[in-house]
Unconditional design. Sequence first.
Length: 217
Amino acid sequence: MPNRYDLIYKKLFYHFGPQHWWPADTHFEVMVGAILTQNTNWLNVEKALGNIKKEKLLTPRKLYKISKKRLALLIRSAGYFNIKAKRLKNFLYFFFQSYAGNLKKMRLVKTYDLRHQLLGINGIGPETADSILLYALERPIFVVDAYTKRFLLRHELIKEDASYDEIQNLFMQNLKCDVKLFNEYHALLVKLGKDTCLKTNPKCAACPLKSINKLPC
């Protein structure tokens, strides 16, 4: 029998349809985008990525070699550009020092070992690390963001002080461990948060999950 989290997914998928997320041409672009999207919206990230592409710099080695100052100027539209340029450089340093900038070598490492390594990079938190693991490296790990926590809180499925790991475990313990499922589920929750479960003035009457509290546990 499907549990509550399976049924939530089905309701969201039926309502919104497939999201085709993460939008990127390469796995490396996903990694860069995951860092740039911290504390901003995707439209601003797209502009920043567009600037990098325009200069033909969206490769690990080229971004690794350019100066932090030049990188900051290219990603200005993403906000906090000096901080994000530093974080990108931190990640690139790790990528080259640990894996010679080679994604194939990185893929050989076990998921939770790699997650531990990513979390050791200054400026990389759980959401960013898990986004890289799920979307760029295709590892079955659920990404938790502000949209996820918001909808869970409003439907009284978690407490206000629930940690990132506690929320992540709700999904990972109640769903099939599957990359495509976790990918689509997270993207649908983002869509829900942007369209109906807004931070202020949520559109509760239009929410596809308005009957969620009546679903079985």
